[in-house]
Design a protein. Structure first.
Ligand code: G4P
Length: 549
């Protein structure tokens, strides 16, 4: 195969996606089963770490393990049906929604996981809005069919009305909970019989369409359950036409499938559907350019920075989403923000517990490169071209504090630690120009971020006894003229803080104060961070501004 056709084949077989869900819907369980089908793990339980003895792949931080929550994101890679699938793990906890948002920026599609009993929950709605904003195609997986739940038609109605997106059921459950008898595949016209126990790689019992009226089947499933499923399937078949891949790729139609992640039932079917429809890497907007994945010049951006992933090495990894071209270990790239050449010396991908060295990667892939302090979230790296990707906007923080250490000798160390952690996106720093960088105001979106911060200051930087002093602030706004230019002075007595980009920002106690400032400065507009970053781009549904609460 020629080099060009090999390159194209490699790029076009990449499928990069993330799972979005409300906590407890079964994301960890589904991830585990997906990578089991991908042949990455052999034993169920290798990923699950909440109550088991083995640590979850992504739960590498001690605190995560103690709290039983998945805070950070990692990337899992496996091959299926000739495709190279990259699954980006996302944290479930709402305090880390910004992390999830950044991860979705790196994905080409998403799977919305819904608990059959709970339906569309709050976190799912917010994450869904992020996907819509980016027009990412969305698959829907209705989980926990081995448990009692809402009637499937009711659920679909709920998804369609709350999320304003049409669904296209490809499978349909016959009964739920104690009556769950299997999944009917509408396109293949066969029923996969659920035997009520872990399926694993045992062959499934498949019954053809006619089998639904089969006396053998009727002897196993209560007639009214079978009759109802038949009625529902007829109704759907009669109403829905052909699946439209165009509508799916435009984010307007979601292929929907049912299953039980825990019982590993329906997961392989989902994976097949995913492989049939998921898009390869798409084009990416850059400042003044559109980057195509098949462009030969390497481009990528940093969407995540993670310190201390491997406690034995005490290192920091920058995760780069490759947008075009081919990555080679050790290659020299141009760091656009710093305007200098750097070498991407050490690179890795993460497969279950193991970190594997990567020599070559292609558009669509994620590589983790060693970072000695050069990278910030949103940085672009390129080779043989000069393009800069759009900045990844930060969420508007709502909780503010200063951090103190009693030992004056440790202040400098604290300053350095805070800088690192802000580059990672774990916190935001606001500098009062009159005070300087030694005593920044910290902003976060959720309470747990402060807790994690204190833990990490002690654990990773040896800053024992650091204390959080909460500030009575709750509102951050970026003052701009109506044309979008930053405003350097305002009527009234305010500190104009500086954000990470040196942009002026005001921090206020309450919304009421903001109204007052607005009255005093009628020609100034006050934007949330995402609005400020995205003024020229279409706005989201105002109530759901990318998960800002
Ligand atoms: P999350 O990552 O989305 O937060 O969810 P996770 O996979 O941890 O699953 C949350 C709980 O739901 C777990 O129960 C898990 O076993 C259960 N679960 C996931 N998928 C299914 C399913 O298809 N059917 C049923 N019945 N349960 C499912 P747990 O009690 O917290 O943990 P465990 O003791 O079962 O491991």
């Amino acid at each position: 195969m020629s080099d060009t056709s090999n390159f194209e084949t490699e790029v076009l077989r990449r499928r990069t996606f993330a799972i979005i869900s409300h906590p407890d819907a079964g994301k960890t369980t589904l991830t585990e089963k997906l990578i089991w089908h991908g042949g990455v793990i052999r034993e169920a339980g290798e990923v699950k770490g909440k109550s088991g003895t083995k640590s979850a792949t992504s739960d590498w931080m001690t605190l995560e393990r103690q709290r039983g929550i998945s805070i950070t994101s990692s990337v899992l890679q496996f091959d299926h049906h000739g495709l190279r699938v990259n699954l980006l793990d996302t944290p479930g906890h709402k305090d880390f929604s910004e992390d999830t948002y950044r991860t979705l920026v790196a994905a080409d599609s998403a799977v919305m996981l819904i608990d059959v009993a709970k339906g569309v929950e709050e976190r799912t709605k917010k994450l869904y809005e992020v996907c819509r904003y980016r027009n990412i195609p969305i698959f829907t997986f209705i989980n926990k069919c081995d448990r009692e739940g809402k009637a499937p038609l009711e659920l679909i109605d709920e998804v369609e009305s709350t999320l304003r997106m049409n669904c296209y059921p490809i499978t349909w459950p016959v009964g739920l909970g104690g009556q769950f008898a299997g999944l009917y595949h509408r396109l293949k016209k066969e029923l996969m019989v659920y035997s009520g126990k872990y399926v694993g790689d045992e062959p499934l019992e498949i019954v053809p369409l006619s089998g639904i009226g089969d006396p053998w089947l009727e002897s196993r499933v209560r007639p009214e359950v079978l009759a109802q499923a038949r009625e529902e399937i007829e109704l759907i078949d009669g109403t829905l036409g052909e699946f439209s891949i165009e509508k799916f790729r435009a984010g307007e139609l979601s292929p929907l499938t049912f299953g039980s992640a825990k019982q590993n039932f329906g997961v392989d079917t989902f994976l097949d559907i995913f492989c049939d429809y998921a898009p390869p890497p798409g084009e990416r907007e850059a400042k003044g350019a559109v980057v195509q994945p098949l462009d030969r010049a390497f481009t990528g951006f940093v969407f995540k920075i993670q310190a201390n992933m491997d406690r034995r090495h005490r290192d920091r990894i920058a995760f780069i989403r490759i947008c075009s071209g081919r990555f080679e270990r050790g290659m020299k790239v141009h760091h656009m923000r710093l305007d200098r050449e750097i070498r991407l010396a050490f690179s890795s991908q993460f497969v279950a517990q193991e970190r594997e060295t990567v020599d070559v990667a292609y558009a669509g892939d994620i590589v983790g490169v060693g970072d000695t302090g050069h990278f910030q979230i949103g940085d672009s790296v390129v080779a043989g071209t000069r393009v800069e990707f759009e900045d990844i906007p930060k969420f508007t923080p709502e909780l503010f504090a200063r951090v103190t250490v009693s030992d004056a000798m440790k202040r400098q160390k604290l300053q350095k630690a805070l800088k690192h952690l802000s580059e990672e996106g774990a916190i935001q720093l606001f500098i009062d120009p009159a005070v300087g960088r030694q005593d920044p105001v910290l902003g976060v979106v959720g309470e747990l971020q402060f807790e994690v911060l204190l833990f990490r200051l002690e654990d990773e930087y040896g800053l024992e006894g650091a204390k959080i002093a909460r500030l009575p602030l709750a509102v951050a706004r970026w003052p701009r003229t109506s044309a979008g230019a930053p405003v350097e002075s305002l009527a009234g007595h305010f500190t104009l803080y500086r954000d990470h980009n040196e942009q002026p920002v005001i921090l206020l106690e309450k919304e009421w104060d903001l109204n007052w400032v607005k009255k005093e400065n009628p020609n100034v507009e006050f934007f949330t961070s995402i609005q400020a970053a995205r003024q020229t781009r279409p706005q989201l549904n105002a109530q759901t501004e990318l998960g800002e609460r």
